[in-house]
Ligand binder design. Structure first.
Ligand code: R5P
Length: 328
């Protein structure tokens, strides 16, 4: 048991924290997050954390603002209680899509969140598949974003013995080309690209597919599924254009609005053949046909490095999960 460190799982990531605690042999601390009638959050723990390396695990998923505030308050509590270091693990980094100004008078909210985490007292941040890697630059403390996309691809390929020549990787939009191309090149299969436009939030227009998908199994890979509009519209178009099957792999299953219902129907109607996501968002109500893979092993590997258990550098964890190949 590692006596210099302690893990706390906040309300959105308690189950994940339990698993990470087992894998790292770092004790899981008891804490409570209660709410006053006006919505204010009170974080409490009875454990002395003076001089300890603290790992706070909290996905800033739905309701995003409450999850984020709970995390900031917990960081503040740890700083005031003299933690030696405050390592924040944010499996899904809410607001990471607001990473640049697209037009006048827009905020860069992801940068604001990065500032708030640092002002509160975070000394290190770990996340999984942040929306864009350049957000590293929003932090002046150590920051890691490790990908789960290789784990998803790997498990899919192992569980489904499909001939490589029958598969094509499909990028669901131009923003995802880099990682889709890296995966297609690594496993030696072709790439196709969907032309997606977003006229306003939560609405998509899918107009065209570039590449040969007829008679193929299409492997669509994305970081986030929110309303499901992108993936479901793409899946329908791919099937209409003659795809043999559509497989969806995505790290963050936000599943807002009617996503559950729409994915279930798309599966029953044969537009989606198979689907894999991870547990970054504590989303327990998703349709049964979707396979949920745990990121606990990835988080534990990083924490083992941070805490000195592994005796190696974080780049070995990046390499193990093939970060460089995905984003180079
Ligand atoms: C956008 O850039 C992201 O990578 C996803 O494609 C997007 O968040 C998916 O949203 P939705 O599921 O609502 O179409």
């Amino acid at each position: 048991m590692n006596k210099n460190s302690i893990i706390f799982g906040l309300s959105k990531s308690y189950e994940l924290a339990k698993e990470v605690s087992k894998l790292t042999d770092i004790p899981l601390g008891k804490s409570h997050s209660n709410k006053f009638l006006d919505g204010e959050i009170l974080f409490t723990t009875d454990i002395t954390i003076r001089g300890l390396n603290v790992y706070l695990i909290q996905s800033t998923c739905k309701p995003v603002n409450d999850s984020l505030m709970e995390l900031l308050i917990a960081i503040d509590a740890m700083r005031r209680a003299s933690a030696k270091s405050i390592n924040v693990v944010i499996p899904y980094f809410g607001y990471s899509r607001q990473d640049r100004k697209c037009k006048g008078r827009e905020p860069i909210t992801s940068r604001l969140v990065a500032d708030m985490l640092q002002v509160a007292g975070a000394t290190r941040v770990l996340t999984i598949d942040i929306h864009s890697q350049q957000q590293q630059g929003f932090f002046s403390i150590p920051f890691d974003s490790i990908t789960a996309m290789w784990m998803l691809t790997d498990v899919f390929l192992k569980e489904n013995k499909i001939n490589m020549e029958d598969i094509v990787v499909v990028s669901p939009d131009f923003g995802s080309i880099k990682r889709s191309r890296a995966i297609s090149e690594k496993i030696g299969i072709n790439l196709a690209i969907v032309d997606k436009k977003r006229p306003k939030p939560n609405a998509v227009i899918i107009s065209n597919i570039f590449g040969d998908i007829e008679g193929k199994y299409c492997l669509m890979i994305d970081d986030i599924i929110d309303s499901g509009g992108t993936m479901i519209s793409c899946a329908k178009l791919l099937k209409e254009k003659g795809a043999k099957g559509v497989i969806i792999l995505a790290t963050h299953a936000l599943f807002n609005g009617d996503a559950n219902k729409n994915f279930q129907s798309a599966y029953e109607e044969g537009f989606i053949t198979d689907m894999y996501v991870t547990d970054t968002t504590n989303n327990i109500d998703i349709p049964k046909f979707i396979k949920v893979l745990s990121i606990a092993e990835i988080v534990a590997a990083a924490i083992n490095v941070y805490s000195g258990n592994a005796g190696e550098s974080i780049s070995t964890v990046y390499k193990k999960y093939k970060f460089f190949q995905v984003f180079e």
